[in-house]
Design a binder for this molecule. Structure first.
Ligand SMILES: C[S@@+](CC[C@H](N)C(=O)[O-])C[C@H]1O[C@@H](n2cnc3c(N)ncnc32)[C@H](O)[C@@H]1O
Length: 281
C-alpha cells in the first residue's frame, strides 16, 4: 500500500466524488480539523491512516452515503453515530426539535417537568437532542428493532445523557395511558411508488424508515388513531410528514378529535410538519 500526503490523496481520486466528502474522510482518519487539512497539505499519512482512508474511498466509490462511511452525522448541536440500520438524520428535522423545545417550555410555565415520547427514534437524533438541551425533562425514545435501540443507546452514552429511556416497540404498543405531554414522530411517510427519492437513498437507507402503505400515510394514520390515550389532557402531537400530505393529515386529525391543528414549514417553505393538541377529556 502506497502512503500519500493529504494533497496527493485529494488529487489522486480517480472517481466522481464530492471534494467535501473526501475532506470529511481525511479529517476522520487523521482525527484533525479542516484547518489542519488546509495548512498541512504535505503531511504524509501513516500506514493506519492511509489504510482507513482507502477503505473509506472504496465505499464512496460504491456511492455509499458519507454518513454511513464515517459512521456519523451532525444534527442539531451534536454528532450522532449512524449505521445502515438507521435513517441519516436530515437538517429539516431540526425544525421539529426546535418546535418541541418551544412547546415544552410553554408547558413548563405551568409545571416543572415535561415527559416526551420520540416515536420511531432511529438514531435518536430528535429525542436525544431534546434531552441534551433540557436535562430536567424526561424523554422516552422508541423504535421497533433491537439493533436500532442499540444505536440509540450508543448515542445516549456518547452524549452523556441521563434523562432518557429507550424502548423497543411496535409504535405505541408498550406505553401506559396519559404518560406524555408531547409525542413527536418522524415516521416513514414515503409512497412506495414515489419517483422523487434519490437513488442512493433508495439503495442504502433502511426501507422500514422510509416507506409506508396508503400513499405513505399508513403509519401516520396508525399513530394518530392510537396516540391520543397516551397523551395527557391538552398535550401535543408533532409529526414530520411528506411534502404533499398536509391537507389529508389535517383532515384526519380533526376527525380524530385533535384541536389547534397547525402546519409548519421547512426551510423551503414546504408544509412538512403538523402540530396539534389533544382535546380535553
Ligand atoms: C423516518 S425514520 C426517522 C428516524 C429518526 N427519528 C429521524 O428523524 O432521523 C422512521 C423511523 O420509524 C421506525 N419505525 C418504522 N416502523 C415502526 C414501527 N412499526 N414501530 C416503531 N417504529 C417504527 C423506523 O425504524 C425508523 O427509525
Amino acid at each position: 500500500m502506497q502512503r500519500l500526503t493529504i494533497q496527493q490523496n485529494l488529487d489522486n481520486c480517480d472517481f466522481i466524488v464530492k471534494k467535501n466528502d473526501l475532506e470529511y474522510c481525511l479529517m476522520d482518519c487523521l482525527g484533525k480539523d479542516r484547518v489542519f487539512l488546509h495548512t498541512q497539505r504535505k503531511y504524509l499519512l501513516t500506514v493506519e491512516e492511509q489504510f482507513k482512508f482507502n477503505q473509506y474511498t472504496d465505499k464512496l466509490k460504491k456511492s455509499i452515503p458519507l454518513a454511513y462511511v464515517i459512521g456519523s452525522q451532525p444534527f442539531y448541536n451534536h454528532e450522532f453515530i449512524v449505521s445502515p440500520q438507521v435513517l441519516i438524520p436530515r437538517p429539516e428535522t431540526e425544525i421539529l426539535v426546535k418546535e418541541v423545545i418551544k412547546t415544552g417550555e410553554e408547558i413548563c410555565k405551568e409545571k416543572q417537568s415535561v415527559n416526551i415520547l420520540d416515536l420511531g427514534a432511529g438514531s435518536g437524533c430528535i429525542g436525544l437532542s431534546i434531552a441534551a438541551e433540557k436535562p430536567e425533562w424526561l424523554i422516552c425514545l422508541s423504535d421497533f428493532k433491537k439493533e436500532i435501540a442499540k444505536i440509540i443507546y450508543k448515542n445516549k452514552i456518547k452524549l452523556g445523557i441521563k434523562n432518557c429511556v429507550i424502548t423497543v416497540a411496535d409504535w405505541l404498543t408498550a406505553f401506559s395511558q396519559n404518560s406524555f405531554d408531547i409525542i413527536v414522530t418522524n415516521p416513514p411517510y414515503i409512497d412506495i411508488s414515489s419517483n422523487m427519492i434519490e437513488d442512493n437513498v433508495k439503495k442504502f437507507e433502511p426501507h422500514d424508515a422510509l416507506y409506508a402503505d396508503e400513499r405513505g400515510l399508513a403509519d401516520i394514520k396508525r399513530i394518530i388513531i392510537s396516540c391520543s390515550k397516551f397523551i395527557k389532557n391538552n398535550g401535543y402531537l408533532l409529526i414530520e410528514n411528506g411534502y404533499d400530505q398536509s391537507s389529508e393529515i389535517k383532515k384526519f386529525l380533526a376527525q380524530h378529535d385533535f384541536k389547534d391543528i397547525e402546519v409548519l414549514l421547512d426551510y423551503n417553505n414546504i408544509r412538512r410538519f403538523t402540530k396539534c393538541r389533544q382535546k380535553d377529556g
